[in-house]
Design a protein around this ligand. Structure first.
Ligand code: KIV
Length: 291
C-alpha cells in the first residue's frame, strides 16, 4: 500500500475517530527519515533543539535562523509526516506583523506545513492573524519552556483549581482563534482530560496523561540520548547513549591496537599494477640518485 502524506484533514479526522495522533520531535535529515519510516504522523522541529542538539541551558536563546536551518534538513528527510516548525522566543511576541512574517518563513523557506507557538489567551490575536494569512497554527499551553523564567522553573502547571480553570480558558481561546491542535505540557491528567473533551480540535499531550488525543515526546528522550535530566513523563525506548559510547570506545581501541582498518576496509591494487608501480618508482629513484 502506498503511503500518503499526513495532512491537516487527517489530524482532525483522528480526533473525530478517536484514534491517537503520534508526534515526535526531529531536528535533522537522518532523524526525519527514520521518524517517517516508522510512520510517525507528525514531526515537530521543536525549539527543544536548543537544549538537546545545541547544548544550551534553555530554549530561550534559539533563533529563527537556527530553526529554519534545522527545519530545512527535516523537510528533506520526511515525505509522509505532517511537519510543524516551532516559533522561537521573540519571533512572535513583539508584533503581529512580525509574527505573521516569521511564521510565513517556516513555510516559504524551510518546507514546513505549519507552525507552533507557546502561550494562552494573550496569544489569540496573534494566532488569528497567522491563521488568516493561511498558515496553520498549533498552540502550546501548560508548561511553556520559553517562559521558564516567569514560571520559576520547569514545573507542573494547573495544580490549583484556579490555575486549572485558566488553562481551560486558554485552550478555548486558542481554539476560537483558529488553532488546529494544542500541545498540553506538564499538566495534571484530569485537567488535560477535561480540556480534551471540551475541545473539538485535538490535544497532543506531553506529561498530560493518557486522555489527550495524541502524544508527543522529544526524539533524544525516546532514544536515551539526553541525560542532563529526564522528566517523569518520559518513556525511554532505547539507550543509544550507551550504545554510541560503546561503539566510539571500540573504534578508539581498534585504532590504538592496529586492528582497524583490516584488509576488508582497504582498497587493494592489482598485483601486476603494483609490481609495475614499484619498478617505475625504483627507476625514478635510480635517476634521482644518479643526478
Ligand atoms: O520544543 C519542543 O520539543 C516542544 C515539545 C516538547 C512539544 O515544544
Amino acid at each position: 500500500m502506498t503511503r500518503k502524506k499526513f495532512t491537516l484533514l487527517d489530524v482532525q479526522a483522528r480526533k473525530e475517530q478517536g484514534q491517537p495522533i503520534v508526534m515526535i520531535t526531529a531536528y535533522d535529515y537522518p532523524s526525519a527519515l527514520l521518524a517517517d519510516r516508522a510512520e510517525i504522523d507528525i514531526i515537530l522541529v521543536g525549539d527543544s533543539l536548543g537544549m538537546v542538539v545545541l547544548g544550551l541551558e534553555t530554549t530561550v536563546p534559539v533563533t529563527m535562523e537556527e530553526m529554519l536551518h534545522h527545519c530545512r534538513a527535516v523537510a528533506r528527510g520526511a515525505s509522509y509526516a505532517f511537519l510543524i516548525g516551532d516559533m522561537p522566543f521573540l519571533s512572535y511576541q513583539v508584533s503581529t506583523a512580525e509574527a505573521v512574517r516569521n511564521a510565513g518563513r517556516f513555510l516559504k523557506e524551510s518546507g514546513m506545513d505549519s507552525v507552533k507557538l507557546e502561550g494562552g489567551r494573550e496569544m489569540a490575536p496573534t494566532v488569528a492573524a497567522i491563521v488568516a494569512a493561511g498558515i496553520p497554527v498549533m498552540g502550546h499551553i501548560g508548561l511553556t519552556p520559553q517562559s521558564v523564567s516567569r514560571l520559576g522553573g520547569y514545573r507542573v502547571q494547573g495544580r490549583t483549581s484556579q490555575a486549572a480553570l485558566r488553562l481551560v480558558d486558554d485552550a478555548l481561546a486558542l481554539q476560537e482563534s483558529g488553532c488546529f491542535a494544542l500541545v498540553l505540557e506538564a499538566i495534571p491528567a484530569p485537567v488535560a482530560e477535561t480540556i480534551s473533551s471540551m475541545l473539538h480540535i485535538p490535544t497532543i499531550g506531553i506529561g498530560a496523561g493518557a486522555d489527550c488525543d495524541g502524544q508527543v515526546l522529544v526524539y533524544h528522550d525516546v532514544l536515551g540520548m539526553f541525560d542532563r535530566f529526564t522528566p517523569t513523563f518520559v518513556k525511554q525506548y532505547a539507550n543509544l547513549n550507551e550504545q554510541i559510547l560503546e561503539a566510539f570506545s571500540a573504534f578508539r581501541e581498534d585504532v590504538a591496537q592496529h586492528r582497524f582498518p583490516a584488509s576488508e576496509h582497504v582498497y587493494h591494487l592489482d598485483d601486476a599494477e603494483l609490481a609495475d608501480f614499484r619498478r617505475q618508482l625504483e627507476n625514478r629513484e635510480h635517476l634521482v640518485r644518479s643526478e
